[in-house]
Design a protein. Structure first.
Length: 474
């Protein structure tokens, strides 16, 4: 609990996250196997895009997280940082986009869970992954379960996050291990030509936005800043280890999919289990498919839990600041968690799943559209994050930070340029999209709707905010 919260009597949260919890949280939040198939489907050139994004986006993100968490510790993360550096509206817009993106992203996690879990049921049930009724019912049940676990509290919910991280690690190890075995035993059909830029790079452009989106997550722990034990000592090591493991897993998983399946046959929902099934059959280990799918399903549930729990802290803080209804800032009387924000997030996510099912041609197209929308909204807060580094680099406040002006300038400039590029290319349709005009209409329409709602809450609803007493400001 921060000193201001303790003195003012505001609702406070429990410090339950240690270094091991944070490393596992970073792995389960950053390394999301569900985005790998949609990226690998664009071929070997995406390996180079991973390396570019790791250097120009992911590494600067780590610098930014440590610098901003050092300057502005506390609950709120990207919301708090943008608010302190650029003012109240920018803080609210940053936090709003971070929260609403997860209303779109968490449903994609649910759909990916559907695509993987059918392998647990056996080969005769694989067609259920494209059944809208089954997908909607399963997504609703999982969404409700994750909401309940996060309401009970991070003290309980973190174990699903941790189990998800362990499941992610095991799933990645099995996938990469089988790929290595196949490579040394049978070779590969992948050639140097597969790593060149294709004549029509339109689909590859979309994948770069998804790659940057996949590398987001290091800031998640700072969103839960008031729930970390000794954050100044805990965060740096956790960021370093979580980032290193996530980067290695991403590149290894992408290469394995290309070796095992080939870009033309990768399914965006079932690509990982599809690759394991193919490789396991080749080496006489088909029995491993069901336990692997079960482990991967656990990993996906952990991903959903981590992002749902973390992003719900944004409306919680906004409710305390009175830019959103104050009841969003309430904590559960028994579990001390932001239960109102969690329930609202679950309801809106479910509504968005239904809307996209109705408006899209199928489950895979709905998945890809929601993923691209999530990319745009998720990256908006990072415009503020990297711009803050540039402001520090040119201001007197650089002396009070963790890093020097040169490093702040390089990290801020490379991160800001890369983020702008990733947002732009997200509007290019992926190859799973059947109607370009419908895709663009949803991309621009939903993005504009969320931004307009942010302006409404801040400029209209925020006018009812009471002036803060001078003693409290001090």
């Amino acid at each position: 609990m921060s000193a201001s919260q303790e003195k003012s009597g505001q609702p406070h949260l429990k410090r339950v996250l240690g270094r091991r919890d944070l490393v596992l949280l970073f792995v389960v939040a950053v390394f999301n196997l569900n985005v790998v198939p949609s990226i690998a489907a664009n071929g070997g050139v995406t390996v180079w895009l991973w390396l570019v994004a790791l250097v120009l986006f992911f590494w600067p993100q780590g610098i930014a997280v440590l610098e901003l968490a050092h300057r502005y510790p506390g609950e709120g993360g990207v919301y708090l940082w943008a608010k302190e550096v650029f003012g109240d509206f920018h803080g609210f817009l940053s936090g709003w986009c971070y929260w609403t993106n997860n209303m779109l992203y968490v449903p994609t996690v649910m759909l990916y869970f559907v695509g993987v879990s059918v392998f647990v049921l056996g080969p005769g049930h694989l067609g259920l992954a494209d059944n809208k009724t089954f997908a909607l019912a399963t997504s609703t049940i999982l969404l409700a379960l994750l909401t309940i676990l996060n309401i009970v509290g991070l003290g309980v919910g973190k174990w699903l996050n941790n189990l998800g991280a362990i499941g992610t690690g095991i799933a990645a190890a099995v996938l990469i291990g089988l790929g290595t075995l196949i490579f040394f035993r049978y070779g590969t059909g992948v050639t140097a030509a597969d790593f060149r830029i294709p004549p029509n790079p339109r689909f590859v452009l979309n994948s770069f936005g998804v790659i940057c989106f996949g590398l987001v997550g290091l800031e998640l722990a700072s969103v839960m800043g008031d729930e970390i034990r000794d954050p100044q000592r805990t965060l740096p090591g956790a960021v370093a280890w979580g980032g290193l493991l996530s980067g290695l897993f991403y590149i290894g998983a992408t290469l394995t999919l290309l070796i095992a399946v080939g870009k033309n046959d990768i399914s965006v929902l079932q690509g990982i289990v599809q690759a394991v099934s193919h490789m396991a059959a080749s080496v006489g280990m088909f029995w491993i498919v069901t336990p692997f799918a079960l482990m991967l399903s656990l990993s996906i549930a952990g991903i959903g839990s981590a992002w749902m729990g973390g992003s719900a802290r944004i409306p919680f803080v906004a409710g305390l600041d009175s830019y959103m209804p104050s009841w969003l800032g309430k904590v559960h009387p028994r579990y001390q968690t932001p239960y109102a924000a969690l329930i609202v997030q679950a309801i809106v996510s479910l509504v968005l799943v239904v809307i996209n099912f109705v408006a899209s041609g199928g489950v895979q197209e709905a998945f890809q559209t929601m993923l691209s929308l999530a990319v745009v909204l998720q990256l908006v807060p990072f415009l503020y994050v990297f711009a803050a580094l540039l402001k520090f680099a040119f201001g007197e406040s650089a002396r009070s930070g963790r890093y020097g002006r040169g490093l702040l300038f390089f990290a801020g400039a490379s991160g800001l340029i890369t983020t702008i590029l990733a947002i732009v290319v997200a509007f290019f349709p992926a190859q799973q999209i059947s109607s370009v005009w419908r895709y663009e209409a949803k991309m621009f329409g939903i993005t504009f709707a969320f931004l307009a709602l942010a302006a409404f809450f801040f400029f209209v609803y925020g006018r009812h905010k009471l002036p803060e007493p001078a003693a409290t400001r001090a």
